[in-house]
Design a protein around this ligand. Structure first.
Ligand code: AKG
Length: 271
């Protein structure tokens, strides 16, 4: 499917990202294309027979997210933020159902990705309105510069995060909202403190989250992880090669995907 917007010039985005640890309102898709990708996502959910919320490595079983996260617009933006050699580590949908209590506690991504060194960035692309009412993300500007913070594990049924990990003592007045229209994306650094509140709207809040790393990043806890080279060169080969989707929900890829998803969740458990 065609990807239409062009986010450049990129130097302005890169400067804001270095300063704040995130950028928002980056145009990736027209509203019409965002609606088509949402439609594809909802049809895939029906075919999958279960919600696709937080299913890891979704780009290995489904073409729409694969096309989106490897589009030139997205990769040009990622290049501006972390350089020309890029591995795609994971892609998931993060969905908050209408009028639901799901929330995301204050956390930093890198604390539980099980990675060491290198550089990374996370993209969150809105396929429906992400507003204050629907529980868009909130970020603490500049928090990426302070490095890793202590997290407490407090698993809770309504917390989207697997372990319910949480950083205490965030001052609400230090946080800013990051609303996005369908087709816009935000990009944030793995040390940037972020969170989100429940969806009080009558629509689903649907985001496509993709995690990009530079090839010098290592899996830190010994397991053999998979990643996909999406631009440039991998001179390090720390990761096993990812096999991308070859269609939508093919039986062969689904079988393999079950193992990948389990592996990924095991990494988060141990990290
Ligand atoms: O979808 C959300 O509200 C939070 C997403 C998040 O924590 C992330 O993209 O790292």
């Amino acid at each position: 499917m065609q990807i239409q917007c062009e986010a450049g010039p990129f130097s302005g985005w890169a400067e804001a990202y270095q300063r704040d640890g995130f950028v928002g309102n980056v145009p990736i898709l027209t509203a019409a294309l965002a609606a088509r990708h949402r439609d594809e996502f909802e049809r895939a959910e029906a075919a999958y027979g279960a919600p696709l919320h937080y299913v890891s490595k979704i780009h290995t079983i489904f073409m729409s997210p694969l096309d989106l996260v490897t589009s030139p617009t997205v990769l040009n933006m990622v290049t501006a933020l972390i350089g020309p050699d890029i591995l795609l580590l994971d892609v998931t949908y993060i969905v908050k159902e209408p009028c639901s209590r799901s929330f995301v506690s204050w956390h930093q991504d890198l604390t539980y990705w099980g990675l060491d060194g290198g550089n990374q960035v996370s993209m969150w692309l809105a396929l429906s309105p992400a507003t204050e009412e629907s529980g868009c993300m909130r970020m603490v500007p500049g928090s990426h510069r302070l490095g890793q913070r202590a997290h407490a594990d407090r698993p809770a049924p309504d917390n989207v995060l697997f372990r319910g990990q949480e950083v205490d003592g965030i001052r609400e007045e230090d946080a800013v909202l990051l609303p996005l229209q369908p087709g816009q994306a935000s990009f944030h650094h793995g040390w940037t403190l972020h969170a989100s509140l429940p969806n009080r709207s009558n629509d689903r809040r649907i985001g496509l989250n993709a995690q990009f790393i530079t090839p010098d990043v290592r899996p830190a806890i010994g397991q053999s992880e998979t990643a996909m080279l999406v631009r440039g060169e991998d001179r390090f080969r720390h990761f096993r090669e990812e096999i991308p989707a070859n269609g939508d929900l093919s039986a062969e890829r689904l079988e393999r995907h079950r193992k990948l998803d389990d592996e990924m969740k095991e990494t988060w458990r141990k990290a």
